[in-house]
Structures are given as C-alpha cells and as structure tokens.
Write a new protein. Structure first.
Length: 250
C-alpha cells in the first residue's frame, strides 16, 4: 500500500494569528509521520503558513485558483501568483465551490490545467449528492465528473494530481461514509480513471476520501485498500485531531 496523503482543508477559517497558533501546535505533532501532510489555507494565511512550515514536513496548499494568468478578473488569484510564493498544492472543484460559486466540470478542468501549467499540484474534488446517490445516479455522476473534469488532462499531468472523493452528503454533516461505501466509490472512480488513462496510471493515482473524517473514524477509512488518504475539513482546525488522523494509518 502507498503512504497516505492527509490534507486539511481549512475552508474560510482562521485569521493570520489563529493560523499561526494552529500551525505552531501542529508542527511537532506530525513531524515524524511517513505520510504526506498538507494544509490548504485561505489565501490570507498562505504567507504565514509558508514561513512557519519552511523546512518542515508540512506542505502548503491554496483552496482555489483561476485559469487565466492575469487580467481583469476582480477577486481571483492566478496560479503563478501561488507558485511564486512557494505554494505546492491547490484544491480545485470543491463541492462548496460547485454549489455556491457556479463551478462546473468545465471550469474545474480549466483551473486544473492552469494550475498544472504553473507547476502546482491540484487536489481535484468530485462526489455525488444525497439525491444523486439515492436515485441510483452515483456512478453516472462520478463518471461524468471524471470524464468531463479531466477531459484534456494528459497521463503525465495526472501524475501531479490528487483526487478527492467527497460525497456531498458527508461534508460537514457528521455523517461519514462507511469504510466500505468510501472504498467502493473510490474503487469505482479508479476504474473510470483506468478506462481513460490505463490501469497503471489509475493504480498510481492518489484518491482521497473526504467528508466528516475525524480522529475516531480515520483509522478504519484509511485502512481500506483504495483509500489513499483524506481531505479533512472541520477536524483539520484542531491540531490534536488533525495529527491523530495523520497518524491513524502509518
Ligand atoms: P468536513 O471534514 O468538515 O466534513 O469537510 C470535508 C471537506 O469538505 C474537505 O474538503
């Protein structure tokens, strides 16, 4: 089995002072893990995160980037701006962005391509809603999200991408997918990637689970054969909880 990639998605939380306190507490707690540790922080915390984690095993990510290199796009951030700062990862296509900010498979693809071109590693989120799962459309939705959202991605580019399977019904709800539900869905997604990119590329691809993962359920989820890591929201805002998830499967 691969080592895991454990990423915290702080969402719209933590001022600079709060970010510094959280990172200072986290650094010694995760220093000795073989797993990859990433914190995806608000834009305003990137500078703080980068300077406090310099020389450590914590990698830093942003939570979005635009697809253009520059221009009249008020409020947006270009991938090159992140890259120049030293940011390594960027979350793309989170369900909250799809739901509240009009993100589509096409914009996810455009942002992903631009992030890759700038030398960033995208963490691309996919996942079905409760209604889609209950109406038996989960596989159709996940297939579309992969086929459309990764349409122009090359096999070489895929090596620099992490995928996060986040069922929308499990995000921030306290309802976690069971170990088997997470594994089955990720296995299915891996099969769609295998159809598009070949079996070896799909095997090597990191696919995380996200949705109410916490210090109590992480060990079970991360022990599943196809779950290559976690994308953690709420529990990543508490150093001890996030550290416990980082160490849950080593
Ligand atoms: P929660 O862990 O708060 O459910 O959030 C998951 C998530 O959306 C991570 O991107």
């Amino acid at each position: 089995m691969k080592n895991k990639i454990i990423a915290g998605n702080w969402k719209m939380n933590k001022t600079r002072a709060e970010a510094a306190a959280l990172i200072e507490e986290l650094l010694p707690l995760v220093a000795d893990t073989p797993n990859t540790v990433i914190i995806c922080v608000p834009f305003t915390d990137l500078d703080t995160a980068l300077s406090l984690t310099a020389g450590s095993n914590i990698r830093v990510g942003a939570q979005n980037c635009h697809w253009k290199e520059s221009g009249a796009y008020t409020g947006e951030i270009a991938p090159s701006m992140l890259k120049e700062m030293g940011v390594e990862y960027v979350v793309i296509g989170h369900s909250e962005r799809r739901t509240y900010f009009g993100e589509t498979d096409a914009t996810v693809l455009a942002r992903t391509k631009a992030a890759l071109a700038a030398g960033l590693r995208p963490i691309v989120c996919i996942g079905e809603t409760l209604a889609e799962r209950q109406s038996g459309r989960m596989e159709e939705v996940l297939t579309r999200q992969v086929q459309e959202g990764f349409k122009d991605v090359t096999p070489d580019e895929l090596k620099n991408i992490v995928v996060a399977y986040e069922p929308v019904w499990a995000i921030g709800t306290g309802v976690t997918a069971t170990d088997e539900q997470a594994n089955d869905a990720i296995k299915f997604v891996r099969g769609v990637f295998a159809d598009k990119f070949g079996g070896k590329a799909a095997e090597e691809l990191y696919i995380q689970y996200g949705g109410s993962m916490n210090d109590a359920n992480a060990a079970g989820l991360l022990s599943m054969s196809d779950v290559d890591g976690g994308l953690i929201g709420g529990a990543s805002l508490v150093a001890k909880k996030f550290a416990a998830i980082v160490h849950a499967h080593e």
